[in-house]
Design a protein around this ligand. Structure first.
Ligand code: P6P
Length: 326
């Protein structure tokens, strides 16, 4: 990119979105507003996450989400906050959330976008103060505006995403997203209530020396996965597995590396969900020059069959994903 055209580090997210909108000849500002709505919800979750321990709102909520996992209270709060921000923003007609079994029709019949999200991924880490994240995909609705939400609207291939990203609530809170023209990272300054461009035009190294996988399931890994892990160890690569997808993904995106959640005995189709985890990170990774597969097929080419469909997930530096796959 011509550096003189590059947006200077320190630009606010709002200004950046506006500038990029001007780059799109027919942009109407709706997607820009939707990205702002997501950033607003991220600021709210930042506040909730950073005071969870103090207000003792951590710990199991008692209810269970569709995944049969114990819902942490912050899971529920994050889901409510994102749904409210997206509904009030008016750009979204429907939401697919990890926390809700059914499609959420937010009663915005003029909304032209669908959001698929994991409002708080890695929430089992909340009580031990490990980084967690929000993952989101944005699609244009394919059914007529004003009509009923259809299955075609919410079961689109990842290649149809118009935008995707994540928020990482870590040592600092970041928002990283793409609208199909590269990947940019913004760091939140809570004293100013603003996200600032801190990681412009992120590119993932073609190769890396970090592998992220839960070796506790080693015995049930397929042979090619075992072979790949042994090859990594032969080369004295670094094993880094936080148990929080967004945190592991983000580190590998910046430093180079691979994250693998393969098929296991317990999760024969892998654990991660295609619609609101894998698609978003696959688009981000590809836009940053990396790769994402299910071990064979490009993630973004997989046609979803169900809302909460799981797929094996290999994502990160291109050369590593190629070697780890079948
Ligand atoms: P395991 C968290 O529940 C999550 O969805 C990802 O954030 C994380 O990478 C993975 O599951 C951890 O799963 O089976 O290794 O504990």
């Amino acid at each position: 990119m011509n550096q003189s055209l590059a947006t200077p580090v320190g630009t606010t997210l709002d200004r950046f979105i506006k500038k990029k909108q001007n780059d799109f000849a027919f942009a109407t500002g709706e997607l820009s507003q939707l990205l702002r709505d997501i950033a607003l919800a991220g600021k709210i979750i930042h506040r909730e996450v950073n005071r969870a321990g103090l207000l003792n709102i951590g710990g199991a909520y008692g209810a269970e989400n569709v995944q049969g996992e114990e819902q942490q209270k912050l899971d529920v709060i994050a889901n409510i906050r994102f749904i409210r921000a997206l509904k009030n923003g008016g750009e979204v007609c429907a939401i697919v959330s990890e926390e809700d079994e059914e499609i959420l029709d937010v009663k915005n019949p003029d909304g032209r976008y669908i959001v698929a999200m994991d409002p708080l991924d890695g929430s089992s880490n909340i009580d031990v103060n490990v980084s967690i994240g929000t993952i989101f995909s944005i699609f244009r609705r394919v059914s007529p505006v004003g009509g009923p939400i259809t299955e075609e609207d919410v079961l689109q291939k990842g290649s149809e995403q118009v935008a995707a990203g994540y928020l990482l609530y870590g040592s600092s809170t970041m928002m990283v997203y793409t609208t199909g023209r590269g990947v940019n990272g913004f760091t939140y300054d809570p004293s100013l209530g603003e996200f600032f461009l801190s990681h412009p035009s992120i590119q993932i190294p073609k190769d890396g020396k970090i592998f992220s996988i839960n070796e506790g399931s080693y015995k049930s890994f397929e042979p090619h996965v075992k072979e790949y892990i042994e090859a990594c160890k032969e080369k004295n690569f670094t094993a880094r597995y936080i148990g929080s997808l967004v945190a592991d993904f983000h580190r590998n995106l910046l430093k180079g590396g691979i994250y693998i959640y393969p098929a296991t005995d317990k999760s024969p189709n892998g654990k991660l969900r295609l619609n609101y985890e894998c698609n978003a990170l696959a688009l981000i990774c590809e836009q940053a020059g990396g790769k994402a597969t299910d071990g064979k097929n490009r993630i973004l080419n997989i046609q979803p069959e169900t809302l909460h469909q799981r797929v094996p997930f290999y994502v990160g530096s291109t050369n590593m994903v190629d070697k780890a796959g079948q």
